[in-house]
Design a protein around this ligand. Structure first.
Ligand code: G6P
Length: 608
């Protein structure tokens, strides 16, 4: 979703800004623009489409100046056109700003500003801010921004410049992430650490209601009432190499192949093999608080929601506690039954998904303890939660989530082990689970070594227009995730279903043109799944089975079989998800789709 980069320092701003925008491309966007402040005023360039089009537009004579702001836009209000791209300007063209988020009272503000003679160029909510700041400007940009923001309802991550103040960027945050990259003699501003990590690893995360003035030599942070706020500098632990493709054609493929390593990182230092439990240092829950938990609610969006469903099955099986999984966007707007005995777990790769953040705030307000299972260290949700578990999967750039999904499941398994051992699980059972978890990275590596088999299947099915994914038990959420992966990046309509539920509707769609991917693992529901495959076969559907072996009944039923190693039922999703990720990837590549930047999707959805 929208991205911001700002720079003030000794060098020309445009190359730094363009490079930053390229690092933000993965978030998903549809237009891009930049503004540079120099002796002549504010020079702006913007384009609909990609950052390379913007680069071509500024050409060999880009605006000169060593202070600037830039933006990738993901359209919410107004089409993705050049006029609607950021930066937006005040009437006099002296103020330029870029904005992530949504101004909810934009229509009312615009009506008033129009009546007072302001002229608008775009149909965005953001442009209202430029005019509002202009209205309050009397020689001090910081004062004007602060005054304007008191009139604003909604969310923002904001960077503003004024041509009469060519040494500073004013930034403010409310509900949309923003950080300062702290350099020596140069400072950066970004919505995402990926845009600055090539320059500095030292960052300051702004919190909601904070405003920063950034100059070449440093930064000053205050709240909206102009009270000084002390900030600590955090160190980014990952390296710029981790956000490069490393020889792979796409980030998604690289990240699929990183899974043995990302799974090892999730386990590192956490599995207590001898005692069959897990050591989780960041939960911040006392034994008394843990013992008081009588119910768990897991809330998330998208792929993280699918991981949550696996977590529900695991936690109920191993802790005996009732567990519910809620779409964060639903949870936050109803009146959920949550109290001090409810443990609420929010799962989010980015740690910035607005709905998940708000659902967790709502739970906290009602007195629940709130944990986050998050990948991005220092992200908003990670900071707001009472405690949590980091995935340590490294940056995930591909818009379609892959390695985060398997790490989320493994992390949920660690938490299950931890809580289960305090409740139902014997030490022996705990040790069995721990041993099986330990084997997963190597088992995933074995699956990845057979990528060519998946590519072959992709060649047979890439022209399909529909696909059905079926699974039961622990593999029902994997069926949902497999279907989501396919539709996200190949634009083939796909549905995931509990295998037995198929006969209550989707069975009507099955004919010889319908590929049906079935998760047919030798687990507790294997025989039942075989019966469901019979039902598909009887209607001439084409079966792609993900199975543990090619023997027995499955051989006669399936058109194609891809085998995965055997593990405990609760851990099978970590293995079965991998061939489905590869299948979606290769089908999308064969269809000529932009795998890392699928149309209309955003990596991190920071609006509701
Ligand atoms: C977007 C992404 C998905 C992701 C979802 C939740 O829709 O495209 O890949 O699963 O957001 O994101 P989160 O960062 O909260 O896990």
């Amino acid at each position: 979703m929208c991205g911001i980069i700002g720079y003030v320092g000794p060098d020309q701003a445009v190359p730094v800004l363009l490079e930053g925008l390229r690092k933000l491309e993965y978030r998903g966007y549809d237009s891009a623009g930049l503004a540079v402040v120099n002796g002549k005023g504010v020079e702006v360039a913007k384009e609909a489409g990609s950052v390379s089009l913007l680069e071509a537009a500024v050409g060999s004579a880009p605006p000169s100046g060593s202070l600037g702001i830039a933006h990738t836009r993901w359209a919410t209000h107004g089409e993705p056109t050049r006029l609607n791209a950021h930066p937006h300007l005040s009437c006099d063209g002296r103020i330029a700003l870029v904005h992530n988020g949504i101004i909810e009272n934009a229509a009312a503000l615009k009506e008033r500003l129009l009546a007072e003679g302001h002229a608008f160029q775009s149909s965005t909510d953001t442009e209202v801010l430029a005019h509002l700041i202009e209205e309050h400007y009397a020689g001090d940009l910081e004062v004007a921004v602060r005054a304007a923001l008191t009139r604003v309802e909604g969310t923002y991550g904001l960077a503003v410049v004024h041509c009469a103040e060519p040494d500073r960027i004013v930034a403010a945050r409310m509900g949309s992430p923003l950080l300062i990259g702290v350099g020596i003699g140069a400072q950066y501003l970004a919505s995402d650490a990926a845009a600055v990590v090539g320059h500095t690893r030292r960052v300051v995360y702004l919190e909601d209601g904070e405003l920063a003035v950034i100059t070449r030599d440093g930064y000053r942070t205050t709240d909206l009432q102009n009270t000084h706020v002390n900030k600590t500098i955090a160190e980014i632990s990952w390296d710029v190499k981790e956000i490069q493709k490393g020889g792979y054609q796409h980030f998604m493929l690289k990240e699929i192949h990183e899974q043995p390593e990302s799974l090892r990182n999730a386990l590192r230092g956490r599995l207590v093999r001898g005692e069959g439990t897990a050591r989780l240092g960041g939960l911040n829950l006392t034994s008394k608080e843990l013992a008081a938990v009588d119910r768990i609610v897991i809330t998330a969006c998208g792929t993280s929601w699918h991981a949550a469903l696996v977590g529900e099955y695991m936690l109920e099986e191993c802790t005996g506690l009732p567990v519910e999984v809620e779409y964060a966007s639903e949870f936050r707007y109803r009146n959920p039954v949550v109290d001090a005995h409810t443990l609420v777990i929010g799962i989010s790769q980015s740690g910035e998904t607005a709905d998940t953040q708000m659902a967790m705030r709502e739970a906290k307000r009602k007195g629940a303890k709130v944990l986050g299972i998050i990948n991005v260290v220092g992200s908003t949700i990670a900071r707001e939660a009472d405690g949590g578990i980091y995935l340590h999967a490294g940056p995930e750039i591909g818009v379609a989530s892959t390695k985060a999904f398997t790490s989320q499941i493994l992390t949920l398994a660690l938490f299950t082990l931890f809580l289960g051992r305090r409740r139902l699980l014997s030490a022996e059972r705990g040790r069995t689970i721990a041993m099986a978890m330990d084997e997963l990275p190597e088992q995933v590596a074995q699956i990845l070594a057979k990528e060519e088999e998946v590519r072959e299947m992709a060649r047979l099915y890439f022209e399909a227009t529909n696909a059905l994914y079926l699974g039961r038990g622990y593999n029902f959420p994997v069926a949902l995730e497999g279907a989501l992966k396919l539709k996200e990046i190949s634009y083939i309509h796909a549905e995931g279903y509990p295998a037995a539920e198929m006969k209550h509707g989707p069975i009507a769609l099955i004919d010889e043109n319908m590929p049906v991917v079935v998760l047919a693992i030798r687990d507790g529901v294997y025989k039942k799944v075989l019966s469901n495959i019979q039902e598909v076969k009887a209607r001439r559907g084409r079966i792609i089975a993900i199975a543990n072996d090619v023997d027995g009944e499955i051989r006669n039923l399936a058109d194609h079989i891809f085998t995965v190693p055997q593990t405990l039922d609760m851990l099978t999703p970590v293995l079965t998800a991998v061939p489905l990720q590869l299948l979606a990837y290769h089908i999308a590549v064969l269809r000529g789709c932009d795998v890392d930047r699928p149309r209309n999707l955003a990596k991190s959805v920071t609006i509701e």
